[in-house]
Design a protein around this ligand. Structure first.
Ligand SMILES: NC(=O)c1ccc[n+]([C@@H]2O[C@H](COP(=O)([O-])OP(=O)(O)OC[C@H]3O[C@@H](n4cnc5c(N)ncnc54)[C@H](O)[C@@H]3O)[C@@H](O)[C@H]2O)c1
Length: 422
């Protein structure tokens, strides 16, 4: 019988609350034990702490994560960090300084230089940290990637990601960092591409990563147009084209400025077949000879499966975690190059933007007329929104050699947003 894996969680609210629920369930099964938790204002969570039976479970609660680590590091096997993005690096630094690995929520950071520092800091931990990209551990995904690598579908010719997730205007007010480019001297860059739907972007880079299953694509060049319709600092709508070092091209269209049902579709175009993977929905292989193969993907609890998988890794039952910090590099580089390429975040032309009231939810959604057609034109035919008059200039073609311009460009974007209009 294995001893339960000992966990500390930084945070009590927001998505940290979901980690607590998951860990409580796994603790009942004897797989893990929650040793400690913290929040700058723990008394604000007395109801949750009671519901989670902290006292009976012997969970120690702190008001500062450094104090928690100082007091408990000898009793821990890993620390979960489901906190605001701008705090990830300093918290990961503190955790690894005690030799402990972290379950770090995605994205680890959206600043490529900070990621370098985090990769270096992670070497101090006795085991590699994991980044919580939910969907890499899906069995149906791993099996399909094996088939891709075996050459069964022929060479990969390209891929597309379509991801439209309507979000009400109030969504960006839920915390102090949503939709922000920078806060003080810290790069945040919160967006649908780098955060909300980053899972799917990371999945696309996973499909096209070679030569092994746990490999992500290498970005060679990027062109992007970034837009906003919501009243935020960052972008809520991304059109991005990435050339990979393997020679194939990926196109991404993501937006939170839309109405209707949420939908996302990962498509991989191969010589002999087209693969369509919808998280939580249909997985389909359309063969060029006319056959259609449907693969059951089954119910999937991302957080539970990822904690379970990480415990297996820490116990030495599997050789590696699903996504390491180093594996997150292609996503971070792609996101940073998309911002450099776009150069600015352009408002979607006002005549296309309207508010749509959801009577059932009693919420207002920002909706862009023709969004689906614009997405289809871009993904299917390479027609950029700028050709449809969304902006006058195109995104510049940039390569990883341009990353040195990243910080300056992001600060210019934030300053432009703050400057009074003409
Ligand atoms: N994997 C997923 O599906 C998924 C879903 C939602 C959010 N997330 C990720 O989870 C992370 C947190 O997002 P969120 O929306 O819950 O953020 P949030 O702003 O609601 O913060 C979550 C919690 O972090 C804790 N926290 C904040 N500052 C702290 C500090 N100084 N010290 C200790 N604890 C502190 C608080 O307890 C807070 O409730 C982000 O990286 C986000 O991208 C992942």
């Amino acid at each position: 019988m294995n001893q339960p894996v000992r966990i500390g969680i930084i945070g009590l609210g927001g998505f940290a609350g979901s980690h607590h629920n998951t860990i409580a369930r796994l603790e009942e099964r004897g797989i893990v034990r929650l040793v400690c938790a913290c929040d700058p204002n723990p008394s604000a969570f007395s109801v949750e702490r009671q519901a989670l039976r902290f006292e009976a479970r012997g969970v120690r609660v702190f008001g500062d994560y450094r104090e928690m680590l100082q007091a408990c590091h000898g009793d821990l096997d890993y620390v979960a960090i489901p906190t605001p993005i701008a705090l990830h690096a300093e918290m990961h630094d503190a955790v690894t300084s005690h030799g402990l690995p972290a379950y770090l929520e995605k994205p680890p950071t959206l600043d490529w230089q900070e990621l370098d520092r985090m990769v270096a800091a992670d070497r101090r931990a006795r085991k590699s940290s994991v980044v919580g990209f939910n969907f890499i551990v899906e069995k149906s995904r791993l099996a399909l990637k094996e088939r891709l690598l075996s050459g069964e579908f022929g060479a990969i010719r390209g891929g597309t990601l379509s991801a439209l997730w309507p979000r009400p205007a109030g969504y960006f007010g839920r915390n102090g960092w949503s939709g922000r480019l920078v806060i003080g001297d810290r790069i945040v860059l919160d967006s649908c591409f780098g955060n909300t739907m980053a899972h799917f972007v990371h999945n696309m880079l996973f499909w096209t990563g070679t030569p092994g299953v746990y490999r992500w694509a290498d970005i060679a060049a990027v062109r992007a147009e970034l837009y906003r319709a919501h009243g935020i600092e960052g972008a809520d709508t991304f059109f991005v084209e990435a050339d990979l070092s393997t020679g194939c091209t990926l196109r991404f269209a993501l937006s939170l400025a839309c109405a209707g049902a949420s939908a996302s579709s990962e498509t991989v175009i191969c010589e002999k077949a087209i693969l369509r993977y919808c998280v939580g929905g249909q997985v389909e292989v359309s063969w060029k000879d006319g056959r259609t193969e449907r693969i059951p993907s089954g119910p999937f609890d991302g957080l539970e499966e990822n904690h379970l998988e990480y415990c297996r890794y820490l116990r030495g039952e599997i050789p590696r975690p699903a996504t390491t910090l180093e594996d997150s590099r292609p996503l971070v580089v792609l996101n940073d190059l998309a911002h450099i390429s776009s150069g600015g975040i352009h408002p979607i032309p006002a005549h296309l933007v309207s508010m749509a009231r959801d009577a059932k939810e009693q919420k207002d959604y920002v909706s862009v007329a023709g969004m689906q057609k614009t997405v289809d034109n871009f993904l299917g035919r390479g027609i950029w929104p700028s050709y449809a008059g969304w902006r006058r200039d195109n995104g510049e073609v940039v390569t990883p050699a341009d990353l040195g311009r990243f910080h300056g460009i992001v600060r210019e974007m934030a300053a432009a947003r703050r400057a009074p209009g003409p």
